[in-house]
Design a protein around this ligand. Structure first.
Ligand SMILES: *Cc1c(COP(=O)(O)O)cnc(C)c1O
Length: 495
């Protein structure tokens, strides 16, 4: 089949796809090998303004069909990005993705199953349902027997989805109930969300989007381990009730963003259940602990949740974006966006819409996300996937031990997952300067391209923050990072 327009023919030509595809795989193989071996810099730092200039170009008009020029550019793109598989990449909670999953994403892109309704991706829909069943079974095979949910692009959106459901369900049970989806917020209605002070910003953002105001998120204090303090939660709940506010959700972290701490899910869940409160677990980062037979007990109580968010592109080693928003009662998942057809208000069955995922997500068209996770489970099993989690958690413990053994460093806390926060104690610096000193150390290291790490402010102190999730980071790499911090400290004092 040849198209009469030569450009269009070239755009779709399977033979050209093959040539380009083989060359691309070759390039990516070399990129992966170089990354894993740590040969290059983890980040080839350029300041954003000059990088911006470098990319400015006139909008191309004529087809060039010049693959060589494209590849030259591609190599530059690869070089100027963060080397995600580099053993010194330990900054953000972003996976070094499984190459298998990257290949699956290419399949998803080429086949472009829109997913909004069943017929726009029949197997894509079923793969998603299967992956969701697997994740629910990992939470609890028995008590999550009626569970369900959907995949969506990112934990932030997944949290919004869960909180929309929480509000809808909470109000449907409340005497002051009105049809909030249709009529919106009213002045008389005071809603609040009780969340850990370490809750991800997407929780406040969701409250803003939902028209409740970000002030409606009551930040509950945490203990030294960064875990939500249950007594503080109880007090906050009582205060809300006294003020005539309706608590629409209690949000706990299974792996909070700053330090990876896991809240006491069992106690929180029992309290929420006893008081009829919606219990949401933000497990974007740490729900993957369930994959590890060594560590899964740390999430004891997660099955008490009404909703759970779980990111695939963090500790399940998927390329972004793939997140699951899971509900203990599958029927609840219909309450987020489709109040008209909701069982809550009409008492109707949703059987007809069960297979049309767009009823339950903000997204209409979305990617066939499930393929990559389904393939990873199929190829590597829970044991294989869990070994990645074990590897990350063991390394975090090892790193914490190393920090603890050196007097010039302070460890924030023993890591509960794979996030390790620490600071360099330069003697003689007043607290403010010591905080700035951490930022300077980080800037120095990042710009040198030696390591990638992040920083976090907690209760007025600045900490260097590492997320250890590259399986190829070795004990030697961790020693080298501490040495780099030492050196960067000396260098920034000298400046
Ligand atoms: C990463 C994270 C999020 C946000 O998820 P995205 O996938 O980045 O949108 C939300 N909550 C927690 C606890 C996270 O770690």
């Amino acid at each position: 089949m040849k198209h009469p327009n030569l450009t269009i023919q070239a755009m779709f030509d399977p033979a050209q796809f093959a040539t380009l595809g083989h060359a691309l795989i070759e390039t990516l193989v070399q990129h992966l090998e170089a990354n894993l071996s740590g040969a290059s810099k983890v980040l080839d730092w350029q300041d954003p303004a000059s990088e911006d200039l470098h990319w400015q170009a006139p909008l191309p008009h004529r087809p060039t069909l010049d693959q060589n020029a494209l590849f030259t550019k591609l190599e530059s793109i690869l070089k100027h990005n963060l080397a995600i598989h580099h053993p010194h990449n330990m900054g953000h909670q972003v996976s070094s993705p499984l190459p298998l999953a990257a290949l699956c994403d290419m399949v998803a892109a080429l086949t472009n199953q829109a997913m909004a309704v069943y017929e726009a991706g029949p197997s894509a829909t079923m793969l998603e349902r299967q992956v969701i069943r697997w994740l629910c079974a990992l939470i609890n095979e028995h008590t999550w027997g009626n569970a369900g949910g959907v995949l969506t692009s990112g934990g932030a959106q997944a949290n919004l989805t869960a909180l929309l459901v929480a509000r809808q369900v909470t109000l449907s049970r409340h005497p002051k109930s009105h049809n909030i989806w249709k009529e919106g917020m009213t002045d008389a209605l005071k809603l609040c969300i009780l969340a850990s002070e370490h809750a991800h910003y997407s929780i406040s953002r969701a409250a803003g989007i939902m028209g409740m105001g970000t002030d409606s998120v009551i930040k509950v204090a945490t203990n030294k381990q960064g875990q939500l303090d249950v007594n503080a939660l109880i007090k906050a709940h009582q205060a809300c009730v006294k003020n005539g506010a309706i608590v629409m959700a209690v949000v706990a972290n299974a792996g909070c963003t700053p330090s990876g701490s896991i809240d006491p899910l069992l106690s929180i869940g029992e309290y929420a259940q006893a008081h009829g409160l919606w219990f949401h677990v933000d497990g974007a980062h740490g729900a993957s602990t369930l994959l590890s037979s060594l560590h899964r007990d740390r999430l004891k109580g997660i099955s008490l949740a009404d909703s759970v968010v779980w990111d695939g592109h963090k500790l399940m080693y998927m390329p972004a974006a793939i997140s699951a928003v899971l509900f203990k009662e599958e029927q609840h998942s219909f309450a987020a966006f489709n109040q008209e057809a909701s069982y809550l208000f009409q008492g109707e069955s949703h059987q007809d819409e069960t297979f049309n995922t767009s009823y339950r997500t903000l997204e209409c068209t979305k990617r066939m996300m499930a393929l990559k996770l389904w393939a990873a489970f199929s190829m590597y099993g829970i044991d294989g996937m869990g070994s990645l989690v074990d590897e990350a958690y063991v390394k975090a413990q090892l790193f914490a031990e190393k920090i603890k053994a050196l007097p010039q460093f302070e460890l924030l806390m023993w890591p509960e997952t794979n996030i390790v926060c620490f600071r360099y104690l330069e003697v003689g610096l007043i607290p403010d300067l010591l905080n700035q000193h951490q930022s300077k150390i980080r800037q120095h290291i990042i710009q040198s391209g030696e390591f990638h790490l992040t920083q976090v402010d907690l209760h007025g102190l600045t900490w260097l923050r590492t997320t250890l999730m590259n399986p190829f980071t070795t004990a030697q790499d961790l020693d080298d990072l501490l040495k780099a911090v030492n050196d960067a400290s000396q260098a920034s004092l000298a400046n």
